[in-house]
Design a protein around this ligand. Structure first.
Ligand SMILES: Nc1ncnc2c1ncn2[C@@H]1O[C@H](COP(=O)(O)OP(=O)(O)OP(=O)(O)O)[C@@H](O)[C@H]1O
Ligand SMILES: [Mg+2]
Length: 246
């Protein structure tokens, strides 16, 4: 379980997260939505402490990493996370095999001789085979996304954080990635946090949706309830997203 208490994060010119508190329970698929530049990436970067908040607790399975500088503790907790970067961030000079295996060295004690088998398994889970020796430049956008997904689950994390998993993808590939997210959760029982500005996606796949606005979660609820929210920010966002309030 991830317990977030009174999380505050600022950049020099503005406070992006204001006193955010939320519990993400084991097995949940928790989505954070909100317009561009509102602080969604900042939120998940704080969860795995790629960014250090000014104050607040981030308790992962009982370990508070909110403000710790203990690198061993951070490394230990980070082992339970997979992370899909907003930018995809595959290494162009490395093969698919090397990309997917990249974290195994830091996140697991698996010997190098075991990497190829794991990579093949994870690629199969995302529906790819015989691509191990290709470089990212030889892959389509959708295939790159699948390889990034395979990399984020390679070390079999307990938690996975997806930053804009469908942005920039065509509708068919978006549907594919959506199914993969649900599949990963079902097959590997991964607790999942998705940040996205795709409200449609969030409402379809999540157990709970949180709307980030003005630095706060102005609504946190199950999709059906979320659709009926009376919050002004939510209503506006629903309209912009062309979704009806059923
Ligand atoms: N390292 C940084 N230094 C200074 N400002 C930053 C930094 N990272 C983010 N910001 C600012 O914080 C705000 C929130 O950024 P963030 O990337 O979290 O938004 P986002 O909701 O993920 O946006 P998008 O939907 O476009 O990905 C933005 O105004 C951004 O310019
Ligand atoms: Mg972002």
């Amino acid at each position: 379980m991830i317990e977030i208490r009174n999380l505050n994060k600022s950049f020099p010119d503005k406070q992006v997260l204001k006193n955010i508190s939320v519990d993400i329970k084991d097995g949940e698929l928790f989505s954070v939505i909100g317009p561009s530049g509102i602080g969604k990436s900042t939120f998940i970067k704080c969860i795995i402490r790629l960014l250090k908040p000014e104050s607040g607790e981030i308790v992962v399975d009982g370990q508070d990493i909110g403000r710790t500088s203990d690198e061993f503790k951070l490394a230990r907790v980070r082992r339970s996370f997979g992370y899909l970067f907003q930018e995809g961030a595959l290494f162009d000079s490395l093969t698919v095999l090397e990309n997917v295996a990249f974290g195994l060295k830091y996140l697991t004690d698996i010997p190098k001789s075991g990497y190829a088998k794991i990579v093949r398994e994870k690629l199969a889970l995302v529906g790819l085979k015989d691509v191990e020796n290709l470089k990212p430049a030889e892959l389509s956008v959708g295939m790159k996304k699948r390889v990034s997904l395979a990399r984020s689950i390679a070390a079999e994390p307990k938690y996975i954080l997806y930053d804009e998993p469908t942005t920039g993808l065509d509708p068919v590939t978006t549907g594919m990635v959506k199914d993969l997210i649900l599949d990963m959760r079902a097959k590997l029982n991964i607790t999942t946090v998705v940040v996205t500005h795709d409200l449609n996606l969030a409402l379809e796949i999540s157990s709970r949706v949180a709307m980030l606005y003005g630095g706060e979660f102005v609504e946190v609820s199950e999709p059906a309830k979320f659709r009926r929210s009376e919050n002004k920010g939510v209503k506006e966002f629903m309209e912009i997203s062309h979704l009806s309030r059923k």
